[in-house]
Design a protein around this ligand. Structure first.
Ligand code: NZQ
Ligand code: ZN
Length: 390
């Protein structure tokens, strides 16, 4: 296990009704906030009204940026920064899923930066300061509610890039599982796949010694495999929504990646699917993951797949190592396609192989020439995985 720094600065208010503290908490930081949200789900399910009521009660003036797209665009960030600068706003409140939260984070840093906020996406070393970010989470998926990551797209240049800043970690996140009752089945599935993928990206590591982190990762995986289908089929099941919400935060807040190399594999490949085809993040991950696993399975990696198959899926440890590994991969794929009803192929998301060459080259270029994850991937590996997934 390597040395690590672990600090999560987010105050979490978890559970039904916690929004009642939103106004008093934000008022500790500012009396003017930019409220950032997406296409209107928060108006339909009443969260918008509850939040505004709480803010008014504590005399926090509300400015708004709406229509943040899934796979948030740099244009929305620029608009948000301009509103904040014009009105001397002291904090950004995201109400939504990862898209609204990520957009808010880059807005918050853009307010303290003189140039174009796209610079902050391309070069995270420029993210030095920000105004505070607060979130009310409405979709369990990205973990953005408790980390310093933000992923922004530039559809003109077909780029989707992740940035990071410790200052971007939300100061406050309200996690009310009932706010996810209205998430449609398709996004419940995609969100669950995203949590699973974050866990895999950390679990499949070459760095030995993180025994505790591995067992915690397995607990998160089991939680998703158990509660994902329950939430999918019974959207108002509180325990299912609550467990997925808490799993989402802990899969990617630094806990299970602590002490490991933490180089991700499937996410960089998926980001190109979204950059070129605006694919839903979790669906892209669910399609690519089993093919990535099959592509990298070898004598060098089989023991990690055995650990996964035995500890998470309860496969008989006395079987042949490769049989266990392949069974575990098949079970993973079946979970995504049969339990969560996510399409099995990229073709079903209307992709063709037309851009695979370009996408594969970009996926490795963003990572400095190759994806140095659990197994190093070059452009030809990435292209092969796209082809297997088609
Ligand atoms: O826009 P609205 O109307 O709110 O509808 C959204 C959107 O259409 C809807 N939705 C959200 N909560 C709802 C709801 N509908 C009904 N009821 C609710 N309670 O769901 C749709 C998807 O929302 P979005 O925020 O896009 O989803 P998600 O949370 O999956 O975020 C995806 C983005 O986050 C990035 C992804 O790449 C993608 O851009 N990621 C961010 C990460 C991070 N910051 O750490 C890590 C992830 O790996 C990921 O890359
Ligand atoms: Zn993700």
């Amino acid at each position: 296990m390597y040395n690590f720094n672990f600090q999560v600065a987010t105050k979490v208010l978890f559970g039904e009704g916690q929004i009642k503290h939103l106004g008093e908490e934000i008022a500790k930081y500012t009396d003017k906030v930019l409220l950032v949200y997406g296409g209107g789900s928060i108006k339909r399910n009443g969260i918008y009204d509850s939040a505004v009521e709480q803010l008014k009660k504590h005399k926090v003036k509300v400015f708004e940026l709406s229509n943040v797209d899934p796979n948030p665009r740099i244009e929305s960030v620029r608009e948000g920064v301009a509103i904040c600068k014009e009105n001397s706003i002291g904090g950004v409140l995201a109400i939504g899923g990862g898209s609204s939260i990520d957009c808010s984070k880059v807005i918050s840093a853009g307010v303290k930066y003189d140039g174009d906020p796209w610079d902050l996406v391309v070069d995270k070393s420029l993210v030095k300061d920000s105004i505070p970010v607060f979130t009310v989470l409405t979709l369990a998926a990205t973990g953005s509610e408790m980390n310093g990551n933000a992923v922004i797209s530039n559809m003109e240049t077909n780029e989707k890039i992740g940035t990071y800043g410790r200052c971007l970690i939300p100061k406050l996140s309200v996690l009310d599982p009932t706010y996810t009752f209205s998430v449609p089945a398709r996004h419940t599935a995609a969100g669950t796949a995203d949590i699973i993928s974050h866990t895999f990206e950390n679990y499949f590591t070459n760095v030995d010694g993180g025994y505790l982190q591995s067992r915690m990762a397995e607990a998160i995986l089991k939680t998703c495999f158990h509660y994902g289908p329950i939430a999918y089929n019974d959207p108002t099941n509180y325990d299912a929504r609550a467990n997925l919400m808490w799993a989402s935060s802990w899969a990617i807040n630094g806990l299970i990646s602590a002490g490991s190399a933490n180089n991700w594999s499937v996410h960089p490949m998926e980001h190109e699917l979204s950059a070129f085809y605006d694919v839903t993040h979790g669906e892209g991950l669910a399609i690519l993951t089993p093919h990535w696993m099959r592509h990298i399975l070898s004598d060098d990696t089989v023991s990690k797949f055995v650990e996964y198959g035995v500890n998470v899926w309860g496969i008989d440890s006395s079987l042949d190592r490769f049989d266990i590994a392949n069974m575990a991969i098949d079970k993973t794929e079946e979970f995504f396609t049969k339990e969560l009803h996510i399409p099995a192929t990229l073709r079903e998301l209307n992709l063709t192989n037309k851009d695979f060459d370009k996408m594969a080259k970009k996926a490795v270029q963003v990572k400095g020439g190759s994806i140095q994850g659990f197994v190093e991937l070059h452009a030809e590996d990435v292209k092969k995985i796209y082809e297997m997934s088609l």
